[in-house]
Design a protein around this ligand. Structure first.
Ligand SMILES: Nc1ncnc2c1ncn2[C@@H]1O[C@H](COP(=O)(O)OP(=O)(O)OP(=O)(O)O)[C@@H](O)[C@H]1O
Ligand SMILES: [Mg+2]
Length: 283
């Protein structure tokens, strides 16, 4: 049984100019101990599709799917109390905007310990010890001091690491990491990716890695879904995707990487997208 199985997910937003379809029939499956990367340009519906799974979209969003199962449970039919037990504990998400996702009114320690109190029922001493352990794990120096800091007293990269600590606090079965390393410099990026993949390996966690970075895909993913304008363009295991991409869009994405570029000018996706596929390639 897959850990997460989504079929034909559609998300439409009510806007002043009528409905806008941000996700248009996407199907995704993630197994236990698997890393699925979702790639695609800005606005392709990567975050919206995952927020839809978590039930975290605003009321203006209309979410439908033929199937949305997590560990055998139907996410579309959860009561509020069932949802609260699963979301943030069994499925958790590292949000794309770390600074905006932390509450500015509470210390980092309070926010981290709150998750441990609500979901794990830990007492004060256990919470404090686990909070220090988590901050150490994500590479924050002087964790005891940092627990007393407010988000505005920390850098963007440190806030991102706190978000990661909160997301992994309860050893989730599925972790959705939405651009988890964008605010970090390269050495920390590598450290965080190793941490996530290490946890995934150690606890058999499913990991969905949303990223623009093909290097991150190559380094971490087992399978890749390529999204464009709310649609899934291609799905393949990571080696096949890099070696023999099937869709024109994936080829365009890969050719736009500086390492693959030939000539003076870096190709852009729109230059290449509508060139015919080589014979035999699926679109
Ligand atoms: N609350 C909302 N109301 C209306 N439209 C929205 C809302 N949230 C997202 N959208 C639209 O849905 C589309 C998909 O957005 P989404 O955030 O999923 O993109 P993304 O693929 O995650 O992009 P990025 O790589 O920049 O994070 C975009 O066109 C966006 O403007
Ligand atoms: Mg996004």
């Amino acid at each position: 049984m897959a850990l997460l199985e989504i079929e034909n997910l559609v998300v439409e937003f009510e806007t002043s100019t009528g409905p806008f379809r941000a996700v248009d029939g996407v199907s995704i499956k993630v197994d236990k101990s698997e890393v699925l990367a979702i790639v695609g340009e800005s606005g392709s519906g990567k975050s919206v599709s995952m927020l839809a799974c978590m039930g975290l979209l605003p009321w203006t969003a209309k979410v439908t799917a033929d199937k949305m199962l997590f560990d055998g449970r139907d996410l579309l039919k959860l009561s509020d109390s069932e949802r609260r037990k699963i979301i943030g504990k069994e499925i958790s998400m590292i949000f794309q905007e770390p600074v905006a996702s932390l509450n500015p009114c509470f210390t980092v320690g309070f926010q981290l310990e709150e998750v441990l109190r609500v979901h794990m029922g830990m007492d004060r001493t256990q919470r404090r010890a686990r909070a220090i352990e988590l901050l150490t794990l994500v590479g924050i120096p002087e964790p005891e001091e940092r627990l007393r800091s407010y988000p505005h007293q920390m850098s963007g990269g440190q806030c991102q690491r706190v978000m990661i600590a909160i997301a992994i606090a309860c050893n989730p079965k599925l972790l959705i990491a939405d651009e988890p390393t964008t605010a970090l410099d390269v050495t920390i990026q590598k450290q965080i990716l190793d941490l996530l993949v290490g946890l995934q390996d150690k606890y058999g966690m499913g990991l969905i890695m949303i990223t623009h970075n093909m290097g991150v895909v190559a380094e971490t993913a087992d399978r890749v879904v390529v999204q464009y304008k709310g649609r899934k363009m291609e799905e393949a295991d990571v080696l096949s995707l890099f070696e023999s991409p099937k869709s024109n869009y994936t080829r365009a994405l890969l050719s736009a990487l500086p390492d693959n570029a030939t000539g003076d000018r870096l190709p852009t996706v729109s230059d290449m997208m509508f060139e015919p596929a080589p014979s035999g390639a699926a679109e």
